[in-house]
Design a protein around this ligand. Structure first.
Ligand code: ZN
Length: 90
């Protein structure tokens, strides 16, 4: 697959909701993730996300550690865990 550009956009978790939906099968933006790097807890909606057509890198807004990465390829969608320590549903 050829890509005309390799633009990466930095957005928040709300804008990545579709890609997260592909992984979890539901809207997870209200789930609270706890960062293993700095201990901050925040809804996925408030994370910092670097996104392009094939990947979304979800970072802690407090310390910028990568919480997890979503990869999309011909095989499907994969979630690669990073510093994400805990997920809480409130
Ligand atoms: Zn952090």
């Amino acid at each position: 697959m050829m890509r005309a550009e390799n633009a990466t956009h930095t957005v928040d978790g709300n804008a990545a909701a579709g890609m997260l939906w592909d992984v979890f099968g539901t809207d997870v933006t209200a789930l609270v993730g706890v960062c293993g790097g700095c201990g901050a807890s925040a809804p996925f909606a408030e994370t910092v996300v670097e996104i392009d057509e094939v990947a979304a890198i979800v970072r802690c807004r407090s310390c910028t550690h990568t919480l997890f990465t979503v990869l999309r390829d011909d095989q499907g969608v994969r979630l690669v865990l990073g510093a994400l320590h805990e997920i809480t549903r409130e």
